[in-house]
Design a protein around this ligand. Structure first.
Ligand SMILES: *[C@@H]1O[C@H](CO)[C@@H](O)[C@H](O)[C@H]1NC(C)=O
Ligand SMILES: *[C@@H]1O[C@H](CO)[C@@H](O)[C@H](O)[C@H]1NC(C)=O
Length: 736
């Protein structure tokens, strides 16, 4: 055997390379040569026989390594290859898995343990290491002949690849300074130094100058003053200043003197602590003891469908991806299968089918990996009684204790239990024979005609179907019922009953009776889903639904874009646990809040938001065309009650994706800050056609930190694209 302890030993093995089988399906298995590049983070692979073509990916993009037959593809070839040869690399975002088969268990282990170690290393790097690593990656990519050196011409070409447009004299000057041995070329460490000089930022230097007495460093007191006056920190600023020096100051002498250099200051501003998102609110910190109906719940629609709509693939991986994003309500569309086993797919279409039982096994495995709070399984049931009973059996047998099968304390509830009380539980949302009152009533027959048939949602179903008693019994707190109006809901409805609305129906209710909708949603759950016309799996704006307190706003998680940005932004707070407490004025069953008239609410407190967009750093190229450099602009969009929906943007800056400076201030009045989301978007201005998307970041208004902040941009897919950021100065104040 070999030593698992030794990272370097594993790295050496990986650098030497291995031939692994890449598997896409039962019929697509091809040998590829894999090796780890010298930077220790990039994995390179190619077909042994093909010409020059090769692929690479960074270990930083890998989220996890699964061992054995732990993916759909691996399960499909389980009989052909034993588990000890198989492993799966899972990537961040929506990128598909990489399924690999090694020749020997030792080789598989070398890669499994090796990649895991590297992921750990990548995750624990500090800001400086991360930045240096990023620069080294570029160097490796550009160093085509792999001699570890780059002359000025090559450096110029690389700068262009990095989206840096530079004055040639300026670049040459810095190049000469970095080329200490006057060899006419830079080695990797010299290039890192060259890049550091290149990325020194004037605008950060100016802020530093404003607070530094000697222009060289910030004393503890000066840093404290900066934190108090600019960063909105009060009593804690003294202690915090000391911590920041410990954490971010690279010079040991400065740390000893309790002072901060410009480098340390820039490092702090660029860190997560210096981010626009208040780090304290990223943690799980909300009250989780209120009834379920008091929370917004991250929810997915048609969960079984993968991003790739053309192949119409239904996939277990889609469930894993949604759960991984913090989703707490998944949808299962069930139809009678041919051999007595219910199947899940998009009915009446050519999408592929998966077994209901496999989905439930996947849920058992992945439901509580990123959050302990309850998962709701929203069942679209098109099955006959027989297979419904099969479903009930699978649910009970596979989930066991995880499945909630009876009210918590054996009582008929007057309000829904809390996420805290339901930790680790899976709840079934489906139609039910009778109420909880009849739960133990044995006199009912096995098959009952169901009058609530149209309640469940967006798929057509026969108007009179039969329910299986076994399945019905598993429905406890989420009984699907038809909506008979708010009047009826107020006088008749039970707290464990809930209705589903298409986006258009929900919007109409919100418009006609927003306030009543809010009061109803304080007590009962409600689910909204995309219009049946969205065959392209596009999404509706979830904010319209949150404005009236809808909890389960089901979105197509497989479709990236604005709507998913809003969902990701809403649920990034509170530990990404999938539950976010609604504002207090929406949790009150007597609330008079109307999203159309936020100023009528007692305690109405509008805010002024002022954002000085100062600069951006190292924006990615959107267009890989040779010689094309972006013309960026920044837009700030507010989503909230109708009066708050607005956007403002800066002008665009020609040909600079590297360090554009705007210095433009955008002003907003926000009437319901408790509900609002703020979305920062960077686009590449285009005179003749639509602007191209460069990056975005969305966060709840209440999570904004004031002061000099960086906005760390995300790709269209919602994954990080370091070191791309926007530097802003944010001022939030009360409107007087
Ligand atoms: C941006 O604003 C700062 C401070 O007000 C100023 O010193 C700087 O010259 C401005 N830069 C540009 C490009 O307008
Ligand atoms: C924020 O804006 C308010 C109102 O315009 C102003 O009074 C205050 O001085 C500003 N705060 C900072 C730190 O600039």
């Amino acid at each position: 055997g070999f030593c698992l302890q030794q990272v370097c030993c594993l790295s050496v093995l990986m650098m030497a390379g291995s031939t692994l089988r890449k598997v896409k399906s039962r019929s697509w298995k091809k040998q590829r040569h894999f090796r780890l590049l010298e930077d220790g983070l990039t994995i390179w692979y190619k077909s042994r026989w093909a010409g020059k073509g090769h692929s690479t990916f960074s270990v930083m993009d890998v989220e996890a390594v699964r061992e054995g037959h732990q993916s759909e593809v691996m399960l499909s070839i389980a009989e052909e290859f034993p588990a000890e040869l198989c492993f799966t690399l899972v990537f961040h975002g929506r990128q598909g898995n990489l399924d690999l088969v090694a020749d020997s268990p030792e080789e598989a282990q070398a890669w499994i343990q090796g990649v895991r170690k590297l992921i750990h290393k990548a995750q624990t790097m500090d800001e400086q290491e991360r930045q240096d690593q990023w620069v080294r990656d570029w160097f490796q990519k550009a160093d085509k002949n792999k001699d570890g050196k780059m002359n000025f011409k090559e450096v110029k070409k690389l700068l262009k690849m990095m989206n840096v447009e530079m004055n040639e004299d300026n670049a040459l000057h810095l190049f000469t300074m970095a080329d200490k041995c006057e060899s006419g070329s830079l080695e990797i460490e010299q290039f890192v130094h060259f890049y550091q000089m290149l990325t020194q930022r004037d605008e950060v230097w100016k802020v530093f100058q404003d607070y530094s007495g000697d222009g060289e460093r910030l004393t503890l007191e000066e840093l404290e003053t900066f934190l108090r006056l600019e960063q909105g920190e009060g009593d804690q600023s003294s202690q915090h200043a000391q911590q920041l020096i410990q954490r971010y100051e690279p010079s040991e002498t400065a740390v000893k003197e309790s002072s901060m250099s410009l480098e340390g200051f820039q490092m702090y501003l660029c860190s997560q602590e210096g981010s626009v998102f208040n780090p304290a609110l990223l943690e799980l910190q909300q009250d989780m003891n209120q009834p379920l109906s008091h929370y917004f719940i991250s929810s997915s629609h048609n969960t079984y469908l993968l991003e790739d709509q053309l192949r119409g693939q239904s996939s277990l991986e889609a469930y894993i991806q949604a759960l991984k994003r913090g989703c707490r309500c998944v949808e299962v569309d069930c139809w009678d299968g041919s051999d007595g086993e219910p199947v899940v797919y998009h009915g009446h279409t050519l999408t592929s089918k998966i077994l209901f039982r496999d989905i439930i096994s996947t849920l058992k495995e992945y439901a509580f990996k990123v959050s302990d709070f309850p998962v709701i399984v929203s069942l679209e049931n098109h099955c006959g009684v027989e297979q419904q009973t099969v479903m009930a059996t699978h649910l009970r047998q596979i989930l066991g204790e995880m499945l909630l099968t009876a009210p918590l304390d054996g009582q008929i509830p007057h309000m829904l239990p809390s996420p805290q009380e339901l930790r680790g539980k899976i709840l079934l949302k489906a139609k039910k024979i009778g109420g909880l009152e009849t739960h133990l009533d044995e006199t009912l027959t096995d098959e009952v005609s169901d009058e609530d048939e149209t309640a469940n949602g967006d798929a057509e179903s026969p108007s009179k179907s039969k329910l299986s008693r076994e399945l019905s019994d598993l429905v406890v707190y989420c009984k699907s019922v038809h909506f008979h109006g708010f009047e009826h809901a107020r006088s008749q409805a039970k707290c464990y009953e809930m209705s589903s609305f298409s986006e258009s129906k929900a919007k109409k209710l919100a418009k006609d009776a927003g306030s009543e909708f809010i009061r109803c949603n304080a007590r009962q759950l409600c689910r909204t889903y995309p219009s049946g016309l969205r065959t392209d799996s596009s999404n509706y704006n979830p904010q319209d639904m949150w404005n009236v307190g809808c909890q389960i706003v089901a979105l197509n998680f497989q479709t990236a874009g604005l709507e998913m940005d809003l969902n990701d932004g809403r649920f990034r707070q509170n530990g990404c646990c999938g539950y976010v407490l609604k504002p207090d004025f929406m949790r009150d069953a007597d609330s008079s809040f109307s999203p159309d008239r936020p100023e009528d609410r007692p305690g109405y407190k509008p805010a002024r938001l002022s954002i000085q967009v100062i600069s951006a750093q190292q924006l990615p190229k959107v267009n890989q065309k040779e010689g094309s450099i972006v013309d960026p602009l920044v837009r700030v969009e507010i989503y909230g009650v109708p009066q708050d929906q607005t956007k403002e943007e800066t002008g665009h800056i020609n040909n600079n994706g590297f360090n554009p400076v705007w210095n433009e201030t955008l002003n907003f009045i926000v009437h319901s800050p408790e509900l609002a989301l703020v979305r920062f978007v960077v686009e590449d201005h285009d005179k003749t056609s639509r602007n191209d998307f460069i990056g975005q970041f969305t966060l709840p208004f209440t999570c904004i930190q004031p002061g000099y902040r960086h906005i760390h941009l995300l790709s269209k897919d919602g994954t990080a694209i370091p070191p791309s950021s926007v530097f802003v100065n944010v001022n939030v104040s009360e409107l007087t």
